[in-house]
Structures are given as C-alpha cells and as structure tokens.
Design a protein around this ligand. Structure first.
Ligand code: BES
Ligand code: MN
Ligand code: MN
Length: 453
C-alpha cells in the first residue's frame, strides 16, 4: 500500500488539480454546466478507480454521483459522503491567484474547493483506488458525492428516501471538517444545526428626501439595525423567548474533555487581527464556537451604496440572518420562534416580513461505536498520536437526515484545518493533509473490518 501511494502521489495531485479547475459553484446558475462537468469527472474517477457501479443521478437541481464496489455481501459496508460543489469565489480581487487556477505555494494547494470539499472527498476516491490496486479492500464501499451541499442539499433528501436499499451500509464516513493541527489529530464528534432566514423591513412606500422627511418617518435601515442589535443582551445571550429551551447543557466532564484539547487564545486573536474576542458569558471561546447556539447577521443592505453621497431615506432594508443550533434544538421550531419574535419587536412605523431559507438539524457521533473507534485507531496509526474528540462549529445539515432516513451514524474524519480559509478568498489545503488523508483512510477500512467482526 505504502509503495503504491508513494509511486502515484504525483498523479493523485494532478488529478485533484484538474478537478479544482472546474468552477462547480452550485449557488450561481451561470456555472450550471461546470457543476455537471465536475459530476462527470467524479463519476469517471470512481469508475477508473475500480467501482463496479458509477452513475450520475439527475435531480431537480445538480446531479448526485453514486458509486459502489461490493467485495463480499457478508463484509461491512462503508458509505462515503462528500460534495463536489463549491462556494462562490467572490470577491475575486482578494485572491492572490485565480480561484480556479490552482497553484501550489508553501506546500499548500490554493483553489476554491481545495479543502471544502474536493480535496477531501477526492482522498477517498484515491484511497479506494489504492486499496483496489493492492487487493486490500476489506469492506464494501459506496460513494454518494453530491453537488448541492453548499446550497442546502435540497434534493439529496429525496434521493436518500428513494434509494434506501441501494444506500444500505453500516456507517457513513465523511471528510469535510477540520482537525486541530497537523500535529494534533482530532475527530469532530458533532455538527451544529442551522436556521437561515431573510428579513425585509419596509418603511414609506417610496424612497424619500432625507431632509424633507427624515426625523418624521421611520428609516427602515435604522429600525432594522436596532432590531438586530436587540437580539443579544449584554451577556451575549440570544433574546428570542424560548430559544434555549431544548438546548442540552454539557456535563462538567464533557466540557473538561473538550477543553483538554490544545487551544491558544493569543494565537487565535493574532491570526484574526482582533484585540479581543466576545461572546456568551460563562463559556470559553471554543465552547462559544461549537457547543453553544449562535445568531449572526450574514448580510445587510438597503439605501444608497454607490459612490459619493445621496441624501435618501430608503423605503426598504434587508438582512440575512443565520442561527447555529446545538443538539436537541429543532431548526423548524427555531425558525418559527425567530419569526414570531422578530415580528413582535417591529415598531409600528415599519412592516416586516421573515422568509425562511434552508436549515438543518444538529448531529452527534457516539464515541462507543465501532466506526468511531476505527477512526481513532486509524488516525493514531498514521499520525502516531491518539486523536482527541472535538466539536465542530460548522454544519452539514444532511448528516442528521442520514440518521433519520437510513438509520446510519456518521463519523467525521476530516483532515482540514480551521485556517484553510474555506468559503473565503485564498482557500487552501495542505499537501500534508491531502496525502495523510489518503494514507489514513485505508487504515480506517482495516480497523473497521476488524472491529465489526
Ligand atoms: N464543510 C462545511 C462544514 C464544516 C466546516 C463543518 C468546517 C465543520 C468545520 C460545509 O461545506 C459547509 O460549509 N456547510 C455550511 C452549511 C450549508 C447549509 C451551506 C455551513 O456550515 O455554513
Ligand atoms: Mn463542505
Ligand atoms: Mn462549505
């Protein structure tokens, strides 16, 4: 195995760079053809790697790629999930090299999607190829690589519900999260849920002269800013009534276990060029960004934003607001609580509408499962260090749905780093991480086969 990986690593990288050249931005219809091109690339790479089945499934949106290799029906089956779509690359001018012309700099691959998630799911394709080529695939394997993760996986739920038999497996394995550091391997044992809404505030029926009407008629931007500001109190708690009702508080032991993983607050601040952190009273920085629910404004607009000044009292203001949720919170319920509260705090001088976007439930991986233990053993073997359990702050909404529809638990064996700049300009993925992932995945298969006996 080691020889095969060593002999082929240059080609593995070249193939990934080809995939990264395809601008498969799922959010922007301008790239629809490129998204399909990426799906075809993935399908072909599964076929070439040795899959018996490698097919494209059409959906109402972007296609889903499915592949499988059944070695022996009596052996355990690992279902790999990943996504070949990427976030928009905007703002382009902040990239030091073009986002879809990958370059290697300082031992890192710079390109949109390099870490999230092309570079990571492609490790599974290459690990599979290596196990096939060296006659050492100890489990059955299925691949489900979708093209709509970054836009809420709208059509994957249907696919899963309609293909329960096909997707039968013993565990789902995903590499789409981060570890603490290259010398501190870790496994995310949970994902936050998400509720995403858009709000519109309307004041007068048309834009007005801010001198003639200003002061007498509500300015929807002022009103919106005040409403958003009121969503947190002075302790950083979210003020929506009943928002925390279903939150499961962690025990002192669980909190201590998570706090045992290394974290340097000074480094964290200097990396972000901030004087200080902020957040919910009573919780550490890491807890605020993982085990606690949050509310953030993602975008806000309205009025005049062109060059120079225009004295205008705008008719409308808008904002996009997201809430990250933690285990036992339900995103539908939270969306309703938000809407009700947001409408209730609107002054009479404006009208407000709330439109829900996508959402997803939070998720927890059980640490006692054979699959979690297999991931732990695999990382321990390849890094020479036992991985620590952590809780990630991001969301992969479909993971909770996999559990509901397929009855399957997920193990999040991610190889990225928080500093990879995913969703930002200059996204990158370490060559070390790419190759370490390819080396570790076959070890997961080996340990999972053994522990499943
Ligand atoms: N891979 C990320 C999720 C992630 C990143 C989990 C880092 C843990 C650590 C995924 O592609 C993503 O970006 N998810 C979105 C949600 C989706 C509905 C757009 C997110 O978390 O914002
Ligand atoms: Mn991702
Ligand atoms: Mn993402």
């Amino acid at each position: 195995m080691q020889d095969y990986l060593e002999a082929n690593k240059g080609r593995f990288l070249d193939e990934l760079l080809d995939l990264l050249r395809i601008p498969s931005v799922s959010a922007d219809s301008k790239f629809k053809g490129d998204v399909r091109k990426a799906a075809k690339f993935v399908r072909e790479s599964l076929e070439k790697a040795g899959a018996d089945v490698a097919e494209i499934h059409e959906t109402k949106g972007h296609p889903i790629v499915y592949g499988e290799k059944i070695v022996d029906a009596s052996k355990p089956t690992v279902l790999i999930y990943g996504h070949y779509d990427v976030q928009p690359a905007d703002p382009y001018e902040l990239w030091t090299s073009p986002p879809f012309e990958p370059v290697i700099k300082d031992e890192k691959i710079y390109a949109r999607g390099s870490a999230d998630d092309k570079g990571q799911f492609f490790m599974h394709v290459k690990a599979f190829e290596a196990m096939m080529a060296t006659n050492s695939l100890p489990c059955n394997v299925k691949f489900m690589i979708e093209g709509e993760e970054e836009v809420g996986s709208d059509n994957l739920g249907n696919f899963v519900a309609e293909n329960r038999e096909k997707l039968k497996a013993d565990v789902i394995l995903i590499s789409d999260t981060a570890m603490i550091a290259n010398d501190v391997p870790s496994i995310d044992t949970g994902l936050r849920g998400l509720s995403y809404v858009e709000v519109e505030v309307t004041g007068p029926n048309r834009d007005l002269h801010s001198g003639v009407y200003g002061g007498a008629v509500a300015n929807p931007i002022n009103a919106l800013a005040k409403m958003i500001a009121s969503l947190h109190d002075e302790n950083g708690h979210i003020t929506i009534p009943n928002f925390y009702d279903d939150v499961i508080e962690l025990s002192a032991e669980e909190r201590a276990m998570l706090e045992a993983a290394p974290f340097e607050l000074e480094e964290y601040k200097s990396d972000l060029a901030i004087e200080d952190v902020q957040g919910e009273a009573g919780y550490t920085t890491r807890e605020r960004a993982s085990i606690r629910p949050t509310l953030d404004c993602n975008g806000i607009w309205g009025g005049y934003i062109g060059e120079g000044a225009k004295t205008v009292l705008p008719s409308k203001a808008y904002a996009k607001i997201s809430m990250r949720l933690v285990p036992n919170q339900d995103w539908n319920k939270i969306t309703e609580l938000f809407s009700k509260h947001f409408l209730s705090i609107a002054p009479k001088s404006v009208t407000v509408t709330v439109t829900p976007h996508h959402g997803g439930q939070p998720y927890l991986t059980p640490l006692e499962s054979a699959a979690y233990k297999a991931a732990e053993a695999a990382l321990a073997e390849s890094f020479g260090k036992k991985p620590v359990p952590t809780r990630g702050g991001g969301s992969i909404p479909i993971v909770a749905l996999f559990e509901k529809e397929l009855g399957l638990k997920t193990v999040l064996m991610g190889f990225g780093l928080d500093s990879d700049s995913i969703h930002s300009p200059n996204e990158h993925y370490g060559l070390f991480n790419f190759y370490k992932g390819i080396e570790t995945i076959p070890l997961f298969f080996k340990h999972f086969a053994e522990l499943s006996k």
